[in-house]
Design a protein around this ligand. Structure first.
Ligand code: GRF
Length: 221
């Protein structure tokens, strides 16, 4: 088995990055983390990655001013240098233009802290509490030019409890994020996610997939 070469793009603490690194430390995992890139030099996750012996790079958006194209060209050049095959956005706080996104169709994943298509954008936990939803969660999806859209690969659900604050809810969702992101990357690296229009379909035997986190896959079986 050749393991897919993955880059993780971060901007901050990188706890999802750490969950992906931990999963990929198993030699049986179908992907290896070959590179971590941050757009912020001070991102704490860079240090964690380096401690795991992973190559790191900084492409500081500030040095490119308003020139998103040059920022993305630089990013793309680094991904090519490292022969990257899949990209995982993990708390990467830059909106990518169609120029870059179109180079990574069905090869770039993102994690969003809500059950998409509900609560796209920021402050998802506050908005979930305000909306009074009883179920909330996280989604891993392929990146398309529209923000927080794109075929869904995996979702994880949590209950919203009466006394929840934004922080408490965020913590509960984050624990789920750390479970579904490695699972989603595994499925993609194994070539088991087929994209049909706007929809991600899990192929083959799904018995190894925790159905609680992939209700769609369970339904199809
Ligand atoms: C996560 O909640 C993720 O869903 C969102 O940004 C946060 C990043 O956290 N996109 P971390 O850097 O992975 O700890």
């Amino acid at each position: 088995m050749t393991r897919k070469r993955v880059a993780i793009l971060i901007s901050g603490r990188g706890s999802n990055m750490s969950a992906l690194i931990a999963a990929a430390e198993d030699p049986a995992f179908p992907a290896q983390i070959a590179l971590v890139v941050s757009n912020r030099p001070e991102a704490a996750g860079l240090r964690t990655a380096a401690e795991h012996g992973i190559a790191t790079a900084v492409v500081d958006h500030k040095t490119f001013g308003k020139d998103r194209e040059r920022f993305e060209q630089e990013l793309q050049a680094i991904l090519e240098q490292h022969r990257i095959e899949l990209v995982c956005l993990a708390g990467f706080m830059r909106i990518l233009t169609p120029w870059l996104v179109s180079r990574w169709t069905d090869k770039m994943l993102n994690i969003h802290p809500a059950l998409l298509p509900e609560f796209k954008g920021l402050d998802t936990h506050r908005r979930a509490l305000e909306a009074g939803v009883h179920l909330h969660g996280a989604t891993v999806h392929f990146v398309v030019p529209d923000m927080d859209s794109g075929p869904i690969i995996a979702q994880g659900v949590v209950s919203v409890l009466p006394d929840d604050t934004e922080e408490v809810l965020a913590r509960r969702v984050l624990a789920v994020e750390h479970r579904i992101y490695p699972l989603a990357l595994k499925l993609v690296a194994e070539g088991r996610v087929r994209v049909e229009g706007d929809v991600g379909v899990i192929e083959g035997d799904v018995s190894d997939v925790d159905s609680a986190f992939l209700p769609g896959a369970a339904r199809r079986n």
